[in-house]
Ligand binder design. Structure first.
Ligand code: LAG
Ligand code: CA
Length: 605
């Protein structure tokens, strides 16, 4: 526990002090049009089961034009029941067997790769190749696929001579040799300079390539000397012909500091640009976005930068802007997809309360439950920004132009004549006439809806003489592009979200973290009839179970555009009711969850 804290502290210190750190007209599109563009957007389906990822590729990622999924590490990992099966089991490899992880079997993995490929979506594997297991898990029993092991001894793969001699934690982070040859949070550090170790790692990655994997995130890349990593990568095969048949896409996790820069690794592939994460997160958290046209300038060259608002580590150890920030966070992810710098990586998370080591929704044996975006603790926040992936793809190669701002918190810009997007990081709506280079026509607003198979599920706007007038919602956006035509109905077009677009009814999903004692129930009750008109017995009952507790969830259909107030209540078996403290929670029914849905993430107060 102390060691884990020190990783958090280290990350915090590093993050804190790092200095270096087309269609031409809007005529109807062809039937079942695959979204165009080069499809480079990555979504990190953190901790998802292989089968759930396959389903998501088919139903959502492919149709919306996502390019790739970053999947959690697929190799055999430690299993730690005494720690309640933390998510970070994955980052302690026991062997390179794919046979069984908490996310499914080897057959499930293969099926996922194939299903996603058929949907036009690549799989990028998180490759944990700097180290094996740590001290804390020594003697903890077999790995997830049944292999026995102890620290520095992994039968049939690695023995003591395959690890670096510095068998202690990294302490001096200003000493590059130490950062690369000593132990990251006590994890047995592989002697990556050894040809045998290089061959072994390359064999693992090549097996994945043979199965159809198209790229790799290199975990802890800066802890592997550049030359060693180059030797490993030079051994890799070409990828599946469906992906062009060239070398796999490589992006290296490098948290740059004054000792090791991203530039030391860019000759080997792309790198994660943590300074972008800090810049965009602070800007949206502070409502200070007017300067963001220049986001990324001075950082890693755009074609080598993988960019993100948040990742699975920063959302825990150094949160700036995360899912707990609601609309602003979704807005930042939408902005990332509208802006030209870098290759965007969208986060898809699950919630936890208390200890940040908490694993995903799981069964009692520590294996992961299938994803259900309307239940458990799965957030699926990538779905809320899915429409913007089409924008990103349609405007590829076009620079930023015609930028306008209104104070610090509002910014709109064109992407050539292919798209136009407006962002409002303030708490009041922004109504304005925008001047674009878009051809005249009617466009689908993909910031508040989606455009799939020729169908616009969102508001539409009429551009004439290059101009359109819109009300950009508080903490919201409007985004139009040439590959997503809209339609204007008898009520006109440009209706703000939730106010009368395709959704007349919105499925409101409540996810509340509430600690209860056995026998207590939880309900949401509010000012409108659907929420019981403030009568606890008529409210919407939420449910939980051992895998999801203390998160209680439930859904109810609400009329779009209606404002309401609500609170959570605990219902005692004797009929008495315990109300939340403080004022009422205030909300408006909109379809910000995508597909005529809306999510509420709350904690009992
Ligand atoms: C990474 N990138 O470089 C991952 O993004 C990050 O999530 C990994 O740390 C880290 N490098 C190692 O692959 C995660 C957790 C750590 C966890 C580690 C190994 O953030 O907390 O450490 O995975 O499971 C855990 C304990 C430590 C303990 C260590 C070894 O928290 O206290 O020392 O295991 O037993
Ligand atoms: Ca190392």
């Amino acid at each position: 526990m102390g060691v884990r804290r020190s990783l958090a502290a280290l990350l915090a210190a590093l993050l804190g002090c790092a200095t270096s750190l087309v269609a031409l007209t809007v005529a109807a599109s062809p039937a079942h049009a695959a979204p165009s563009g080069n499809r480079d957007v990555i979504v990190h389906l953190f901790q998802w089961r292989w089968k759930s990822i396959a389903d998501e590729c088919r139903t959502t990622l492919g149709p919306h034009g996502f390019g790739a999924v970053q999947v959690s590490p697929p190799q055999e990992h430690v299993v730690l029941p005494a720690e309640d099966y933390p998510w970070w089991q994955d980052y302690q490899p026991v062997s390179y067997k794919l046979d069984q992880t908490r996310r499914g079997s080897r057959a499930d993995f293969i099926d996922m790769v194939n299903t996603c490929r058929e949907a036009g979506v690549k799989i990028y594997v998180d490759a944990v190749i700097n180290h094996m297991t740590g001290t804390g898990s020594a003697g903890a029993g077999p790995g997830s696929a049944g292999s026995s092991y102890s620290k520095y001894d992994y039968p049939g793969i690695y023995q003591s001579q395959d690890f670096n001699d510095c068998r202690r934690d990294i302490t001096n982070w200003n000493d590059k040799w130490e950062v690369q040859h000593c132990e990251l949070v006590g994890l047995a550090d592989l002697k990556t300079s050894s040809p045998y170790v290089q061959d072994r790692i390359a064999a693992y990655l090549n097996e994945l390539i043979d199965l159809g994997v198209a790229g790799f995130r290199i975990d802890a890349a800066k802890h592997i000397p550049e030359g060693d990593l180059q030797a490993i990568l030079s051994r890799l095969k070409n990828v599946h012909p469906a992906w062009g048949g060239g070398k796999p896409y490589i992006f290296q996790e490098v948290i740059a500091d004054s000792t090791i820069s991203t530039g030391s690794y860019t000759h080997l592939g792309s790198v994660t640009e943590f300074q972008y994460h800090r810049d965009i997160s602070h800007a949206f958290a502070n409502g200070n976005i007017a300067h963001l046209t220049g986001l990324g300038s001075g950082l890693t060259p755009s074609d080598k930068a993988v960019v993100f608002v948040v990742n699975h580590d920063t959302q825990r150890y150094e949160p700036i802007l995360t899912h707990t920030d609601g609309a602003r966070y979704d807005l930042a992810q939408k902005f990332m997809l509208a802006h030209p710098y870098g290759t965007p990586k969208v986060m898809s998370s699950y919630t936890w309360s208390g200890d940040d080591k908490a694993g995903p929704p799981m069964h009692s044996d520590g294996t992961t439950r299938p994803t259900d975006c309307s239940a458990d603790r799965w957030l699926c926040e990538h779905r809320a920004v899915a429409g913007m992936v089409g924008f990103h793809n349609a405007v590829a190669g076009q620079g930023i132009g015609s930028a306008v701002t209104d104070g610090n918190g509002r910014l709109a810009f064109a992407r050539g004549s292919a798209g136009y997007a407006a962002f409002n990081a303030t708490n009041t709506a922004w109504t304005r006439t925008f001047t674009t280079s878009l051809p005249d026509g009617v466009y689908c607003d993909v910031a508040n809806g989606t455009f799939v198979d020729g169908v616009c599920d969102g508001p539409s706007y009429q551009v004439s003489g290059g101009k359109f007038t819109a009300t950009v919602p508080a903490n919201g956006a409007v985004a139009l592009h040439v590959e997503a035509p809209g339609s204007c109905g008898p009520d006109g077009c440009g209706t703000p979200p939730g106010g009368g677009d395709d959704c007349t009814t919105v499925t409101a999903r409540f996810h509340a973290t509430v600690t209860t004692w056995y026998g207590q129930e939880v309900a949401v009750v509010g000012s409108i009839p659907e929420l019981g008109s403030w009568q606890p017995a008529q409210g919407v009952r939420l449910r939980t179970d051992s895998g999801t507790y203390p998160v209680w969830s439930g859904a109810v259909d609400l009329p779009a555009g209606v404002g309401f107030e609500y609170k959570y209540v605990k219902l005692n078996p004797d009929g008495t009711v315990e109300w939340e403290q403080g004022g009422n929670r205030i909300a408006t029914v909109d379809d910000s969850g995508g597909g005529c849905s809306q999510n509420f993430y709350d904690s009992w107060r």
